[in-house]
Design a protein around this ligand. Sequence first.
Ligand code: SF4
Ligand code: SF4
Ligand code: SF4
Length: 267
Amino acid sequence: MSLSRRNLLQGASGAATACLMAGGAALVAHPAQARPAQALRPPGALPEADFLAACVRCGLCVRDCPPHNLRLSEFGDGVGRDVAIGTPYFVARDIPCEMCEDLPCVKACPTGALDPALQQIEKAQMGLAVLIDHESCLNFLGLRCDVCYRVCPVIDEAITLEKVSNPRSDRHAMLLPTVHAEACTGCGKCEKSCVLEQAAIKVLPRELAQGQLGGHYRKGWEAENRGFQPQFNLPTQRLPEQAVPGDLAPLRSGAEPYARAASEAQR
Ligand code: SF4
Ligand code: SF4
Ligand code: SF4
């Protein structure tokens, strides 16, 4: 083969290899940019960009996860198709996190992609539950369900039931599941257990689920804000001593909402 022809072929094969490598890199890099909302990271995962930089795709966290809720993403169908290749994730509706007290996934991680500073699973923030569909949730329809509330491992802290008047009957209460972000670990048990065909409550990555107040807002009713805020002697709202139909306060207190006032009863 002449030198020029060999050079030509080498050049062509080099260019083809470079193209393949670039294509492969693009394929691998693309899913890393957009993680589907259903794909939750294990407890202690660093913020996504730092996590992707630190995770060496060894799969040790997946190996040591007792309920096998963690998976390594791979090419193919399903949620994992769009998660950065080889990185661990779980889908709450399939198998939620069991919130192991000894955090085997975090202990298995050799790189700190799952932050070893996380010592208590109750402090994990894998995601945030959101009651996403008020129109289908059985409790919002005035029926009794509460399943998501009862399965929550942080019951009465991460999810509470807020009692409000049912405007449809005007004499019954509705118990609305309400999520509290500071206590929710994002384990996904509520989403897994929702009795509907499609869960009305879903766990989403926190950056999708949570809003953020502008820094200029001050909650004047919080103690730490009172010191440097102008003090207003706001008038206290005076509620009527006797409830009228539609009042929510008596329902919250458990008082009988339609009992007649003593003065009225004597007449
Ligand atoms: S806490 Fe337990 S169940 Fe949850 S991801 Fe880690 S090993 Fe798996
Ligand atoms: S153990 Fe750590 S480095 Fe290995 S796959 Fe899991 S998160 Fe990534
Ligand atoms: S389990 Fe589902 S339907 Fe039942 S209260 Fe919770 S969100 Fe509503």
